[in-house]
Design a protein. Structure first.
Length: 66
């Protein structure tokens, strides 16, 4: 899917420098950043879900330990 991305001038310059430093295109840097973000937030959601489940499971014990 094609889309437009509007960056500030300073962001464009930083992206260009990062791409040159890594020897890849600016597009590749953005794809990597989006992939990293999606993976990180998916993991965080799993951790939050597990924490909620374990808190509910052990609620009685946690209350007694207060």
């Amino acid at each position: 899917m094609a889309m437009k991305l509007r960056l500030r001038d300073d962001q464009t310059e930083a992206l260009k420098q990062r791409a040159e430093l890594e020897g890849i295109s600016m597009h590749a840097v953005l794809l990597r950043a989006v992939g990293d973000y999606l993976a990180r937030t998916a993991h965080e959601a799993l951790v939050r879900k597990a924490a909620k489940e374990q808190t509910a499971k052990w609620a009685e014990l946690l209350e007694r330990l207060k």
